[in-house]
Design a protein around this ligand. Structure first.
Ligand SMILES: Cc1ncc(COP(=O)(O)O)c(C=O)c1O
Length: 476
């Protein structure tokens, strides 16, 4: 493809873009049970206008657009106050949960270089339930991930295993509030106190939960503490673009005080170009997410958010009870907020997800670990609250259809086949396994059932390599 020789009309361009979107999921339908946080048209219109007002203002140089810094400071302070930080707590806006986590870990590493030079090869202790962004941070910043297990029933991090994993190289302990997969809050008090006992950094990943859980707490829902009220918590990440209902890309990274945060910043005066001084990873960046977040917080207000929280929690309770009532399905753990997952011993859930897709739903496959089975995840956002009965009816139908179907795929049989293939001929198993998954590298697959089944059955280092190869082919 080449850049068109002559510019085209706006109407032509917009029509083409509309046509490109026909295969996308309808994110505003209330039926997409992951990725989507839809505050409704009125709030979205305000956020969109604010975003567009700041689309081209750059966050690169705060001296040229002082209002951008003001927006950032006001959003960050509102979130710090919500998470019970005192006047010493500081923060910045980033492009999302991943950037917030990358920055927290880079900051911890550089803090240790300055204050704990005896740590030569830094290690991060994290439960298996922590988000993959922590593994990405380890890969980017050359930190060794030391992964510990969790309770098979409650999905709570195993704090004693974290204690046992501490070495002279340990730098940071991770807790989630909640973990994305099952929506369960880790024992943050215990993890933070363990960190404090050993002089370690404790990061709380409240990317998905920071705002929703804080409002639940204020409204009297019984919840364990996870925020700056907990001694020993060093940094917290909280996303505006999740349950803050703001447009992407917007997250907040917060530190207990400026002494920690100073290791986040970067300045460079060593080149022929301008003085570079960046609080976060990006340099040039649109100020749209800051304005969009600021506008969303102001448009919804605490009462708007409380209404969202109350209705979303009520819908989640109905869904959890409804899923548990379907024969063969069981909700994993006891979700603390509006995210949960369910497993089955009798039906292939990847096929159930596909059947749900045919009925207009998106439910998200998640894979097994040595502690828990593969499962389907649901994030309940406010736009889904009116659809609980419809979802449960379709789920019941999908489960019974897959159970009765002649083409029911038994995951354990596939697991056995794959392990035999790898044992017999590890070199050439790849092609056969890819063929089993129906993966060709030619565009997106029509069905995800066999791909997910194969991913579930492969050892994760092999699966990760295959996924990267596939992506490398796809982005041509
Ligand atoms: C708990 C948690 N942490 C981090 C992230 C990463 O956030 P992002 O996708 O905005 O980078 C997510 C995303 O779902 C999450 O749920």
């Amino acid at each position: 493809m080449q850049i068109p020789e002559h510019g085209r009309s706006k109407s032509e361009i917009m029509a083409q873009l509309e046509s490109y979107k026909t295969g996308d999921l309808p994110w505003h339908s209330g039926r997409i049970m992951a990725y989507v946080y839809d505050p409704g048209k009125e709030v979205l219109d305000t956020a969109r206008d604010a975003y567009m007002m700041y689309l081209c203002e750059s966050g690169l140089d705060f001296t040229t657009f002082p209002s951008v810094m003001r927006l950032e400071r006001e959003v960050v302070r509102m979130i710090i106050n919500l998470l019970r930080g005192d006047a010493d707590v500081v923060g910045n806006m980033t492009s999302g949960g991943t950037e917030s986590i990358l920055l927290a870990i880079k900051t911890a590493r550089d803090w240790a270089r300055a204050t704990r030079p005896e740590i030569k090869s830094p290690e991060m202790i994290l439960p298996l339930t922590a988000h993959p962004a922590f593994h990405k941070a380890c890969a980017y910043f050359d930190i060794k991930p030391v992964v510990v297990g969790y309770d098979k029933t409650t999905f709570l991090a195993d704090v004693e295993a974290m204690r046992a994993a501490i070495t002279p190289n340990t730098l940071v302990l991770v807790a989630s509030a909640p973990g994305y997969a099952q929506g369960v809050i880790d024992p943050v008090r215990d993890i933070a106190s363990l960190a404090a006992e050993h002089g370690l950094w404790c990061h709380v990943d409240a990317c998905v939960g920071g705002i929703h859980l804080s409002l639940m707490r204020e409204m009297g829902y019984p919840l364990p503490d996870f925020d700056f009220s907990v001694p020993g918590v060093t940094s917290i990440s909280t996303d505006m673009h999740k349950f803050g209902y703001a447009p992407k890309n917007a997250s907040v990274i917060m530190y207990r005080n400026k002494e920690f945060r100073k290791h986040q910043f970067f300045a460079c005066l060593q080149t022929t170009s301008y003085a570079l001084i960046n609080p976060t990873i990006l340099s040039s960046k649109t100020a749209g997410p800051m304005a969009g977040s600021w506008a969303t917080l102001n448009k919804l207000g605490r009462d708007g958010y409380r209404k969202i929280v109350e209705e979303t929690q009520a819908a989640t309770e109905k869904l959890v009870a409804g899923v548990n009532a379907i024969e063969g399905l069981r909700v994993l753990g006891k979700p603390d907020m509006c995210l949960f997952s369910f497993a089955s011993d009798s039906v292939n859930l990847f096929q159930v997800a596909e059947e749900m897709g045919r009925r207009g739903w998106y439910v998200q496959p998640q894979f097994s670990t040595p502690y828990s089975p593969y499962n389907l995840h649901l994030t309940v956002n406010h736009s889904s609250v009116g659809f609980t009965e419809a979802l449960l009816a379709d789920l019941r139908e999908a489960v019974s259809l897959v159970k009765k179907s002649d083409s029911h795929i038994d995951v354990e049989t596939v697991r056995e086949q794959i392990s035999q293939l790898i044992a017999a001929d590890p070199e050439h198993a790849r092609e056969t396994i890819l063929a089993m998954g129906g993966v060709s590298g030619e565009g997106l697959p029509d069905s995800m059932v066999m791909i997910n089944t194969v991913l579930e059955c492969l050892p994760y280092p092999i699966a990760e390599e295959l996924l990267k190869e596939y992506l490398n082919d796809l982005y041509r």
